[in-house]
Design a protein around this ligand. Structure first.
Ligand code: PMP
Length: 455
């Protein structure tokens, strides 16, 4: 029997490699040089863990692109999907279905807005938000920020300020960009304690230069995610809201990553007591169990479309199975007090991150809100020289990423930053497990930097 077991194990291993090879032979991987793509096989998953093709257990500190808020394979969401599949798997977007209405009502309730339009993900939600803003205002320009990501489709990619937009340029016309509330590296050379919130006031100058009556909307991430968890000063949003009101410009709040519990609230902007005119969301809306995005609009916008055509629609808008998954996911948030867990674990995480910042020379800054956090690495704390250049990488960052991998900690690194954004169901013990690994990785970086200073 031992021989049979060994043969079975070998067959299983071969199969894993074959699966990966087949993926590589016949599919293209996103944001990858294909020859260098090194996809891992995910065989199964549960909660904050997943298992690779060799049955290694990984702690998922990325929640799969900061998306699986209730964690992997939550039984209540799976059950709701199965039930909906059996009942009604698909209806065209012009039909009413029960899960669609239930979800719309819930979204109005939790955002304080009026009506939801459904898409398949975040990029399409932003495409439609920009289009809706143009239709409603009759204006065409959209102000976005440089350190932002709004999606990979042509329009949303153009709206993104981050270098990922470069290959699609010139992209769509009408996008104008502003600077970000990045207090650690203030683009205006200010200190947050003494500045005049130039990150907002310079936008007014841009509005003047671009023509106040030309600007339909300002599109911002609720809290900037994949460009480094840029938590703004408390009065940033009230000031931005006032600026929008002064010029009749819509505030579009992209909550694709920061929304639906990631920061402990439905919308990150709810921390600041303001209401956007349009919210876009995806990811945490279904925790990734089914593809779904949404554009949620204010009452005046909803009223406008009572008598005007909404030019836009997708075959899969309001897909019943996606809506059912979202309804179940949102029910889990409440039934299992997920946001309360974000608050509790968020305090522990912030404490640990602050200690990490004090302890390691290579850590320049840490930023967090709820379970949305980043560690920003530097060569030198005083000069703040990044450990890897903007839009690049370095041997030290590669070494850190390799170390985390070797310990089966799955975490997102980009440029000189390391994200800690686990599923929101994580326990303190699991957080500690991952943070301990990160500390050992940072110690290796400090050692390497020390070594290069001495030689
Ligand atoms: N907006 C933000 C803030 C995002 O982080 C992302 C994806 N990471 C998107 C939009 C695009 O969403 P999707 O990948 O679902 O199209």
């Amino acid at each position: 029997t031992q021989l049979v077991e060994i043969e079975a194990a070998q067959a299983a291993e071969r199969t894993s490699q074959e699966i990966v090879q087949e993926n590589r032979d016949y599919t293209l991987f996103s944001w990858s040089v294909q020859g260098a793509a090194n996809p891992m096989l995910m065989k199964r998953a549960e909660g904050v863990y997943f298992w690779d093709g060799d049955d290694n257990r990984w702690l998922d500190f990325s929640a799969q692109l900061i998306n699986m808020n209730v964690g992997h394979q939550h039984p209540k969401v799976l059950e709701a999907i199965k039930k909906q599949v059996d009942e009604l798997c698909f209806a065209g977007p012009g039909f009413a279905t029960e899960p669609r209405g239930v979800l719309g009502k819930k979204l109005a309730e939790v955002t304080g807005l009026a009506k939801a339009f459904f898409t398949l993900g975040g990029s399409e939600a932003n495409e439609n938000a920009m289009k809706i803003a143009r239709l409603f205002t009759g204006r065409n320009k959209i102000i976005t920020r440089y350190r932002s990501y709004h999606g990979a489709t042509m329009g949303s990619m153009t709206a993104s300020g981050d270098p990922r937009r470069w290959p699609v340029e010139p992209g769509i016309p009408g996008v104008v960009r502003a600077f970000d509330p990045y207090c650690y590296r203030c683009p205006f050379g200010q200190k947050v304690e003494t500045c005049h919130r130039e990150c907002v006031s310079h936008i007014e100058e841009i509005i003047q230069m671009e023509g106040p009556n030309e600007i339909a909307a300002i599109l911002v991430e609720g809290i900037t995610g994949s460009n480094g968890i840029l938590v703004p000063p408390d009065d940033y949003y009230p000031k931005l809201r006032a600026l929008c009101d002064k010029y009749g410009i819509l505030l579009i709040d992209d909550e694709v990553m920061s929304g639906f519990g990631r920061t402990g609230k439905y919308l990150a902007t709810q921390h600041y007591g303001i209401k956007p005119d349009i919210v876009t969301a995806a990811k945490g809306l279904t925790s990734g169990y089914m593809p779904l995005g949404t554009v949620i609009v204010s009452d005046p916008i909803a009223q406008y479309f009572e008598t005007h055509m909404l030019y836009g629609g997708l075959t899969y808008s309001g897909h019943p199975v996606s809506c059912a998954a979202a309804n179940a996911n949102l029910a889990v948030y409440e039934e299992e007090q997920i946001f309360e867990n974000v608050d509790t674990q968020g305090v522990y995480l912030a404490d640990r991150l602050n200690a990490i910042k004090d302890k390691f020379d290579c850590v320049g800054d840490v930023r967090s809100i709820g379970l949305f956090s980043v560690i920003e690495l530097v060569k030198d704390k005083a000069s703040k020289e990044p450990l890897a250049p903007f839009n690049g990488t370095s041997a030290e960052m590669a070494k850190l990423a390799m170390y985390l991998k070797s310990q089966h900690l799955y975490a997102f690194t980009r440029f000189n930053m390391l994200w800690v954004c686990p599923p929101l169901v994580i326990t303190q013990q699991q957080l500690a497990e991952g943070l301990d690994i990160i500390e050992r990785g940072l110690a290796l970086v400090d050692e390497a930097l020390q070594h290069s200073r001495n030689h």
